[in-house]
Design a protein around this ligand. Sequence first.
Ligand SMILES: Nc1ncnc2c1ncn2[C@@H]1O[C@H](COP(=O)(O)OP(=O)(O)OP(=O)(O)O)[C@@H](O)[C@H]1O
Length: 289
Amino acid sequence: MGTDAQHEPPQSSSSDSSDAGAQTDGRMVSESDDRSHSESVALESRDLDVYYGDDQALRSIDMKIPEGQVTALIGPSGCGKSTFLRSINRMNDLIDVARVDGDLYFQGKNVYDDDVDPVALRRKIGMVFQKPNPFPKSIRDNVAYGLRVQGKDDGDVDEKVRTALERAALLEEVEDQLDSSGLDLSGGQQQRLCIARAIAPDPEVILMDEPASALDPVATSKIEDLIEDLSKEYTVVIVTHNMQQAARISDKTAVFLTGGELVEFDDTNKIFENPEHDRVEDYITGKFG
Ligand SMILES: Nc1ncnc2c1ncn2[C@@H]1O[C@H](COP(=O)(O)OP(=O)(O)OP(=O)(O)O)[C@@H](O)[C@H]1O
């Protein structure tokens, strides 16, 4: 990372919620938008490129992801949505051929700086995957695992496990079976268990890669309600193939198109009702993708 003015780190996203009407994403935030009152930046990518070997998957991505909101990443298959999501908490580090250029700021710090510990980073930026992947352990131990890896498993583990299950809208359904295997739950319950595991260590950000795509409509609807709830406490970034889902649950939408380009990023209503780019309109209206 350079030290010139162009590469000055952004101000850390404080919890200051007093700057309603402040400039964000180059636009004035309307005071009439309820959620904009607390719109500070949680994550910011600058000129982010990602390569797999010689193939470039993302091209010069600049994006400011607001704190305490749901940001949806949409676009056709292979356009780089998951790659971008994984670059936020350095999951791409686990792919041998992946290489990242550019900056990704979280709390005012470039997560690609040499002194950042990716494991510690992932405790603050949790992740939920497409396929529910509970451990072959009890429900309690699945959630407690999230605490254990953060060394927060002292004292009131049970209380913390219950709190996480409650936040994940699962407690009521599993209260009497905390010692049963997580694998015995339905797909939708397993996904909420994975969400409970991700939020147990109290992260700041939750990344979700198509978290409902393997679920039936009822389970999907529960996950969508949960995501909206979670955004009251966490910043949520979600990859989805389902445009109706993006329109229903997100505050901001980023549209990636083939070639790994971020074509448009704006309020979800604007993207779906009046996008700036014809290519985005074509995608939204199903002309391709
Ligand atoms: N582990 C990998 N090794 C090599 N190339 C990869 C790897 N993961 C992704 N790619 C390539 O990077 C590009 C972007 O993939 P990515 O999975 O990020 O897209 P996506 O928009 O999430 O796609 P989908 O909607 O199908 O999941 C694709 O061309 C893909 O083939």
